[in-house]
Design a protein around this ligand. Structure first.
Ligand code: AFD
Ligand code: MN
Ligand code: MN
Length: 424
């Protein structure tokens, strides 16, 4: 299905007066509103192809209706999101769940929907049908050379698919590790993984990057071979200038200071970007900003400060992506909420009085520094984000629009009520 522009226009018209009132109120207290709006218009968050269907847990999966049944339908879903928020103009594919059969056709569909292809993801955490060798005991770390070879070849295959579509980065998340003490020689596992990654790195096209994602635990519960940012940074430093460390917000041990991790990776020029989500306990993959919005703001605060210090382009120089899983919500509504939470945190971080904060830090004014951050965080700037969306042609209240237009009902009519999208 396609969203008609005039439907968005009439929705916006009906909310315009109320929006204008809120916007004028917040804009009156903000300097450089226009600059912030432009930055929001330029910003884009990629949508992972695997988040468009209802996710499950190891206990079960309660599929929704009208879920995308093919790569084409996944693109259509992201196109819908983008039409509504104008900030989701790219999709991140996962191989083998999204193997394109016809590159030309897929590329032209993406172009029609105004979408680009973000980083492409490999998968050696599952065994696929007809796969000769198993990843039960790891992939790039495996003690068996033939299994490592198979995993390396898979990653090279993924790069080829991505290159055909115009992706510029490969994201590698390894579930490799061990479940019990003594199972694995850590040093050999590291060396095997490094050598395997070196072969993958050598296959990257010139203008490509590789993102190495880390995770503290799960599915392995004793050790993970890329378990934290330090280990990821070891790999990416040894690999070379095209390798970067990817931060997935849900992949840390409880209470980790992610904003500090981000600040240092950025300082070292080794931060790839993000997989945004939120969590209470671990890798919960909940809606961005739903549990710890202040942490999200603090992360963006470090990002903006650090990117500006390095003269980086906020929109283009890091990879911005959601990595979530929706067990109980409509995936499209959830993704709209996630992108919105990211835009809000980004906008707020742009509004931090940087000079005043620097001065507070330089004079050890602890309370003063806290005042500056919390004052910004507690300012409701949602009308500024909405204004940016309005100016770029999106819907002022996208969730309301999604419901008014009965978009899920229409998708269900088209695709059926018992559809299951590929993914976790
Ligand atoms: C996992 C990892 C990784 C992976 C994705 C696949 O974070 O990003 O590609 O989810 O579903 O949790
Ligand atoms: Mn991730
Ligand atoms: Mn994860």
């Amino acid at each position: 299905m396609k969203v008609e522009k005039n439907n968005i226009d009439s929705h916006n018209q009906s909310l315009l007066k109320e929006h204008q009132r809120k916007f004028d109120f917040v804009a009156a207290n903000i300097q450089n509103t226009e600059r912030v709006i432009q930055k929001l218009i330029d910003f884009n968050v990629a949508i992972p192809s695997w988040a468009l269907g209802t996710g499950g847990t190891r206990f079960g999966r309660f599929s929704g209706s009208g879920e995308p049944r093919s790569l084409e339908e996944k693109l259509e879903d992201v196109g819908l999101l983008h039409a509504l928020n104008q900030s989701s103009g790219s999709i991140s594919l996962h191989i083998p769940w999204d193997i394109p059969e016809n590159y030309v056709a897929i590329k032209s569909l993406a172009a029609q929907l105004g979408l680009k292809f973000d980083a492409i993801n490999s998968n050696t955490f599952q065994d696929q049908k007809n796969q000769p060798l198993s990843y039960k005991f790891g992939s790039l770390q495996n003690v068996n050379t033939a299994i490592r070879r198979q995993a390396i070849e898979h990653n090279i295959e993924v790069i080829k698919h991505g290159a055909e579509l115009g992706s510029k980065a490969l994201t590698v998340w390894l579930s490799d590790g061990s479940c019990f003490p003594g199972q694995l020689n850590f040093r050999k596992a590291f060396q095997n993984t490094l050598e395997s990654l070196q072969e993958i790195y050598a296959a990257l096209p010139n203008d490509w990057k590789v993102f190495i994602e880390y995770k503290a635990y799960e599915p392995n519960f004793y050790s993970m071979t890329v378990g934290d940012w330090g280990q990821s940074l070891l790999y990416t430093s040894k690999l070379g200038p095209k390798a970067f460390t990817l931060v997935d917000l849900g992949h840390h041990l409880p209470n980790a200071n992610i904003e500090q991790v981000v600040a240092l990776l950025l300082m070292e020029g080794k931060l790839a970007g993000f997989h945004f989500n939120d969590s209470k306990y671990g890798d919960d993959d909940l809606t961005v900003g739903s549990i710890k919005p202040y942490q999200l703001f603090l992360i963006f605060n470090e990002l903006v400060e650090g990117m500006d210090a390095r003269g980086m382009d906020h929109a283009k120089d890091l990879g911005w992506m959601i990595d979530a899983s929706h067990n109980v919500k409509d995936p499209l509504e959830d993704l709209l909420q996630s992108v919105e939470a990211i835009m809000i945190a980004y906008a707020q971080s742009l509004l931090v009085d940087r000079k005043k904060l620097d001065a507070s830090q330089d004079s050890n004014d602890v309370a003063g520094a806290q005042e500056i951050l919390q004052d910004t965080f507690r300012t409701d700037i949602r009308a500024i984000v909405a204004e940016a969306r309005l100016r770029s042609g999106g819907a002022l209240n996208h969730i309301q629009f999604f419901r008014e237009q009965k978009i899920r009902e229409q998708l269900t009519k088209e695709r059926g009520s018992k559809t299951v999208a590929t993914g976790l």
